[in-house]
Ligand binder design. Structure first.
Ligand code: PHE
Length: 339
């Protein structure tokens, strides 16, 4: 029996097979257990002889099973280690990658286009005082334009009333007060108005342009805008239309439309089948130049302001402005902005 059991233990190919052998030998109705039970029916003399032999058998079988079990477990571990080898030369799984947001993308494009025309990038605070946002821009306290801007006012604990800037035009003021002309800057950034629908969000983006020099005329403005919009839309057939308009800080003022054509039921920039308003502009008002401590007889200039989100929509085809600020990766991917 001992030889048979030890052979079976040796032959057990896995932990399950070994367990079966153990039950067969040492289980409740196992062979060795059966032998142990016979001790009870023996005479004391017989038991003295058989007892140690049967106990020795049980001991030998138990030890053999434990050895075999340790051996099988070690082998299983070796196999797993061999199996789990890491190949450090394999390429890694690519983690989800972010991408540039359309607004940032357009800001970069603008900075590049205007850099080629000699414009630097200027910035100003988003929390602005009422003087820079309105008064210095020839919008006095009683001016209806203040109401038109749907301004967010900050709690009234400041010496000067503070607002979330309603346009990037206060950067005109800050630049003229901190730099000597000639000045050529663009100022892209966040702007705020209490307004929300498919084409308006309470936070949006504008880019301001400002040129101050000697002998600047409307022709410089028109050339600059034409060069900019042709470069931005990457088309030579971009046509501009300047419509007389009114802004308190420019005189004369013009709203600028860009022509589009219908291609397969969609508006495409270029040609002149229809017109879309893209920006406001004009010659900087002498009062604004004077408010910044410059002599309007010596210095003239032009300024323009343009919605960046709108520029992005026109170039990349989005139709709902609100989606710009939802942070939905599927939206980015849909418009080709995700890896
Ligand atoms: N600040 C104006 C607006 O937000 C745009 C503008 C800028 C107009 C500069 C003229 C000159 O509507």
């Amino acid at each position: 029996l001992k030889t048979d059991l030890l052979a079976a233990i040796d032959a057990a190919a896995g932990l399950d097979a070994l367990e079966a052998v153990r039950v067969h030998a040492l289980g409740k109705s196992g062979a060795v257990t059966g032998l142990l039970k016979t001790l009870g029916g023996m005479s004391p003399e017989e038991r003295q002889v058989e007892g140690p032999r049967i106990h020795a058998l049980r001991e030998a079988v138990t030890v053999a099973i434990a050895d075999r079990k340790a051996g099988l477990e070690a082998a299983a571990l070796d196999a797993r280690l061999a199996d789990e080898q890491l190949d450090m030369t394999l390429p890694v799984d690519v983690a989800p990658r972010g991408s540039v947001h359309p607004v940032s993308q357009v800001m970069d494009e603008l900075a590049e286009i205007f850099a080629d025309m000699g414009f630097a990038v200027a910035t100003g605070p988003e929390i602005e005082d009422d003087w820079h946002n309105f008064t210095a821009l020839n919008i006095p306290e009683t001016h209806p334009a203040r109401a038109m801007h749907d301004t967010f006012y900050l709690a009234d604990e400041h010496e000067r009333p503070m607002v979330l800037r309603t346009h990037t035009s206060p950067v005109q003021i800050r630049t003229m007060m901190s730099q000597k002309p000639p000045i050529r800057i663009i100022a892209p950034g966040r702007t705020y108005r209490s307004d929300s629908d498919a084409t308006h969000t309470p936070m949006f983006h504008q880019v301001e342009g400002l040129v101050i020099d000697k002998g600047i005329t409307l022709a410089h403005l028109k050339w600059t805008l034409e060069t900019f919009l042709k470069a931005y839309f990457e088309r030579d057939d971009v046509v501009l239309r300047l419509r007389p308009s009114y802004f308190p800080f420019t005189e004369p003022s013009a709203e600028v439309d860009v022509g589009y054509s219908m291609v397969k039921g969609k508006r495409v920039i270029g040609g002149s089948e229809g017109w879309m308003e893209v920006l406001g502009s004009g010659m900087v008002h002498p009062k604004v130049i004077a408010a910044c401590g410059l002599d309007p007889a010596e210095w003239q200039g032009f300024a323009f302001g343009c919605g960046i989100d709108r520029l992005a929509m026109l170039k990349y085809g989005m139709d709902d402005l609100r989606a710009f600020f939802d942070g939905d990766l599927r939206w980015l991917r849909h418009y080709g902005f995700s890896a």
